[in-house]
Design a protein around this ligand. Structure first.
Ligand code: SF4
Ligand code: SF4
Length: 97
């Protein structure tokens, strides 16, 4: 069962672009552009140093998820969406009568 590897991510809605993370990253994996930090995953070695530095708690590490679990979640969401679309369509038909 394949795993999607861990990733360091910036939550855009929390980042204020202060640049603390970029200055502290030993791999220069973070850059700030237009007031928003971004992580270059190719440079990041997941040392996790940046995680505790952000004054806004905007930096998170995404846990590994198995591809099988991802597939299951997507499939479940698809089914729920189809049920919702069906219900909306029925409601439309009732309103049209
Ligand atoms: S330290 Fe936090 S708020 Fe500052 S640029 Fe980095 S992610 Fe954004
Ligand atoms: S985990 Fe380490 S290498 Fe990756 S962005 Fe944060 S400080 Fe840089």
């Amino acid at each position: 069962m394949g795993l999607v590897s861990k990733m360091i991510k910036i939550q855009a809605d929390l980042c204020i672009g202060c640049g603390l993370c970029a200055e502290s990253c030993p791999r220069q994996a973070i850059s700030v552009y237009n007031g928003l930090a971004r992580v270059n995953q190719a440079l990041c070695n997941r040392c996790r140093l940046c995680l505790g530095l952000c004054p806004r708690g905007a930096i998170v590490e995404l846990a590994p998820v198995s591809k099988a679990d991802l597939t299951l979640t997507v499939s479940s969401l698809k089914q729920k969406t189809e049920v919702l679309i069906e219900r909306i369509e029925k409601l439309r038909q009732i309103r049209a009568v």
